[in-house]
Design a protein around this ligand. Structure first.
Ligand SMILES: [Ca+2]
Ligand SMILES: [Ca+2]
Ligand SMILES: [Ca+2]
Length: 170
């Protein structure tokens, strides 16, 4: 099938709810939908969002018809139809720096968003006595690989007496 231009962004979805995915191409903020897997003219041409928006495809309302959503920072402008114009829903989700993906995560026939966010950098500290909640956040800390040894204690107080040791290991 020859469709669109080489420079177009290609999208895939079921634009008419017949259970068959076909192509659409994006050129700036113009979307050219075709409902058959054949060369030819678009069945629908829709202007939506801005050229700088990231576009997502999903069945946002569970009617078996896929449609557009555009992302602008952490705002998602969801369209359930192909009329262009204003979004049917605007949803704020996650952070502008998150990677986003679309899926039907609970099998209810409605696509929704998922975001991926890199794990924060690990917190590190050296030898010493640290107050949990003040000097370090509560959590699990591990000796880095290559360390010869690691002695740790959990303390009930800072008296230095053995009675203050709740747990320890070497
Ligand atoms: Ca279709
Ligand atoms: Ca839909
Ligand atoms: Ca769902």
């Amino acid at each position: 099938v020859a469709y669109g231009r080489t420079s177009d962004v290609v999208l895939v979805g079921d634009w008419n709810g017949d259970g068959i995915d076909t192509l659409a191409v994006r050129r700036g903020n113009i979307y050219y939908f075709i409902n058959s897997l054949s060369s030819g003219n678009a069945d629908r041409v829709v202007a939506y969002g801005r050229t700088s928006d990231r576009v997502l495809i999903g069945d946002w309302n569970g009617d078996r018809v896929d449609s557009l959503a555009v992302r602008r920072d952490n705002l998602y402008y969801i369209a359930n139809g192909f009329g262009g114009g204003a979004a049917d829903r605007v949803v704020a989700y996650g952070r502008a720096t998150d990677a986003v993906m679309v899926g039907d995560w609970n099998a209810d026939g409605i696509d929704t968003l998922g975001i991926r966010r890199p794990a924060p950098a690990p917190v590190q500290f050296g030898a010493g006595t640290l107050r949990v909640g003040t000097d370090v956040a509560p959590g699990t800390y591990r000796a880095s690989t290559g360390a010869d040894s690691c002695y740790w204690e959990r303390l009930a107080g800072f008296s230095g007496e053995f009675d203050d040791i709740i747990a320890n290991d070497f």
